[in-house]
Design a protein around this ligand. Structure first.
Ligand code: SF4
Ligand code: SF4
Length: 320
């Protein structure tokens, strides 16, 4: 696969420093039942990298010691890690908010039929990827039949109370473009999603996060293969909005890979761009267990323009 990493390391992106840590984002591994064309972690059914129980225990030790508000679980499909339920249950027992970045097709896969009910029992916030409300666009990006299975997964979540009016169970959807363009207005897209998914599929949800694609991993390789990398980077750079620097997700979040190594964000994780904070070439969660990270410089690259372009992009959607 073509690699954009060497093209992203030299940058004039402004310096960014860490604010207080409020979210630990943990990648439970690269195993996924899908292999989407835009996937920034190159996840898929043949990946074998998964966080083991010993590393899960280090994550829980970190959560115990630090006042982290939110545990944000990602993958791959995080539910495919056999330690998923244990980690969620222990974190919830500590009073920590847990978010599951879920591809909703997993909820109907054999062996995972009980996951939706488990998430509801544990009051987990579900962030479900749904790159469009139109079948042909979703199937083009994620594979044939994925739209139908995603709708089934969302309806399953709805049946346990997710996204329903007066329910505390939050279901937020994630949109990303299929082509090398910036996402449209998040607030306008939200109205379209709500109308289309309810009127045609009886699906309800709370909020929509519109994310820009990062020029890395599978999407980056596609840009290089189609000779679109330079144009996409020019678009991201030309759309730079300085105000977004104050709210980029790396200021309050730390990303942990399946082996327990730490990064300023999930994208840096995929680029093997470690945190500079601990003064080690490749710091591990153990190395930052007691460390105050506030004020530490964040490792940036050209891909960071993907977070600050236009309305901005973060794991919580648009920034402005
Ligand atoms: S984008 Fe999400 S659902 Fe698609 S392959 Fe990657 S991790 Fe799996
Ligand atoms: S890519 Fe990561 S390090 Fe760069 S601005 Fe975005 S969140 Fe921060």
């Amino acid at each position: 696969m073509l690699e954009t990493r060497p093209l992203l390391l030299a940058t004039d992106f402004p310096k960014v420093k860490r604010a207080p840590l409020d979210t630990l984002q943990v990648n439970l591994g690269y195993l996924c039942n899908l292999s989407c064309t835009h996937c920034h972690v190159d996840a898929g059914p043949k990946r074998t990298e998964l966080m083991d129980l010993a590393t899960v225990e280090i994550v829980l030790e970190f959560l115990c010691q630090r006042q982290v508000e939110t545990l944000d679980l990602t993958g791959g499909s995080p539910e495919m890690n056999s330690n998923f339920k244990y980690l969620v249950g222990q974190a919830r027992a500590l009073g920590i908010n847990v978010m599951d970045r879920c591809n909703p097709t997993i909820l109907g896969e054999p062996g995972y039929e009980d996951v939706a009910e488990f998430l509801a029992d544990q009051q987990v916030i579900v962030i479900a990827s749904m790159p469009c409300y139109q079948e042909q666009n979703v199937d083009k990006q994620r594979g044939k039949g994925v739209f139908r299975d995603s709708i089934a997964g969302l309806r399953r979540l709805n049946s346990f109370g997710y996204g329903q009016p007066d329910s505390s169970l939050k279901l937020n959807l994630v949109y990303n473009p299929d082509d090398p363009s910036l996402p449209p207005s998040q607030s306008e897209l939200l109205q379209d999603y709500k109308r289309e998914l309810f009127s045609k599929h009886d699906v309800v949800f709370n909020d929509l996060f519109a994310l820009a694609n990062m020029p890395i991993s599978r999407f980056g390789a596609r840009l290089l293969a189609k000779n679109q990398f330079v144009d996409y980077m020019t678009l991201l750079r030309d759309s730079f909005v300085e105000n977004n620097l104050a709210t980029v997700m790396c200021r309050n979040l730390m990303s942990v890979d399946y082996q327990g190594y730490v990064y300023d964000c999930d994208f840096n994780q995929m680029l093997a761009l470690p945190m500079m904070a601990a003064g080690k070439p490749r710091p591990h969660l153990r190395d930052v267990m007691d460390m105050d990270l506030e004020g530490c410089e964040i490792a940036v690259g050209e891909h960071c323009y993907g977070c600050t372009a236009g309305q901005g992009s973060s794991c919580g959607g648009a920034l402005s």
